[in-house]
Design a protein around this ligand. Structure first.
Ligand code: ZN
Length: 269
């Protein structure tokens, strides 16, 4: 398939706010030019809901976006991992619609889960990434230094295959991540009026490493900020801002970011 249309590289379709009206969420996304959606898992249980999503849709239905998915454990849920959960994620890596691991990472904003548990959880995903060739979707919140320390250490084993999702950190952090092989994904935060600094980061980064996402049902972009829940249909609002920053048309940006997504998430090809 040609790399056209938008790719929402991060949406939680298994969240009840979206899952409860899945058909209209996907139909609206198609209407707004979204051709691909990556449905991101947060724990082993969310894989059951993702299975349910695949039961409800025809994966070859051209009137809705093609839905891909990930498998992994979010840092805020790492302490809730039960026996058998990781084995379930490992065996998921051969699923025909799976294209990534995660989301996983480090989070110091919510202190539900001890850092050593988060680090061990994050580490497991990178080991699995190297074994399977699957990219890692990385969540990082208020822990730039811990994240860079971890990634630098991991980078000694070779280039990192993955994406810093819903990026909201500095240009220096973004450049270091790109140097190690990672992509940078922007969510609705890029559209918020107060986020001039983030737009400046996005403007300075190389286009061939940029992705867009909604992180739906969270982070609705302007001008849909009051819309709850956020939906994949709104990814173009973020894409439009990114297009302006890079002096591109919306369709050029849709094509560029989709090409990048296909380069990173190779199983979507
Ligand atoms: Zn997420």
């Amino acid at each position: 398939m040609e790399p056209t249309g938008w790719t929402d590289t991060h949406a939680h379709l298994a969240d009840s706010d979206l899952f409860s009206h899945l058909q209209s969420v996907l139909a609206q996304a198609a209407v707004h030019g979204v051709h691909r959606v990556i449905c991101v898992a947060v724990d082993a249980q969310s894989l059951d809901t993702i299975d349910n999503i695949y039961r409800q849709i025809e994966t070859e239905d051209s009137s809705i976006p093609s839905v891909w998915s990930s498998a992994g454990i979010h840092p805020n849920y790492a302490h809730q991992e039960k026996p058998g959960d990781w084995e379930k994620i490992v065996s998921r890596s051969s699923h025909p619609r799976l294209c990534a691991l995660g989301e996983t990472g480090l989070d110091k904003y919510w202190d539900d889960c001890p850092m050593e548990v988060q680090l061990a959880n994050f580490q497991k995903h990178w080991k699995l990434s190297r074994e399977t060739g699957l990219p890692v979707i990385v969540h990082s919140r208020e822990c730039d230094q811990e994240m860079l320390d971890f990634l630098e250490h991991e980078f000694r084993h070779g280039p990192l295959l993955g994406v810093m999702h819903s990026f909201c950190s500095s240009y220096e952090v973004a450049c270091r991540c790109i140097d190690m092989g990672l992509y940078i994904s922007f969510s609705g935060m890029l559209t918020y009026k107060k986020n001039d600094a983030l737009r400046d980061v996005a403007r300075r980064l190389p286009l061939e490493r940029l992705l867009v996402e909604t992180d739906a049902p969270y982070l609705s972009p302007e001008p849909k900020r009051s819309a709850r829940p956020n939906e994949p249909a709104y990814v173009a609002y973020t894409g439009k801002v990114l297009a302006q920053l890079h002096g591109k048309s919306e369709s050029q940006m849709a094509q560029a970011t989709t090409e990048n997504a296909l380069n990173l998430f190779q199983r979507m090809r």
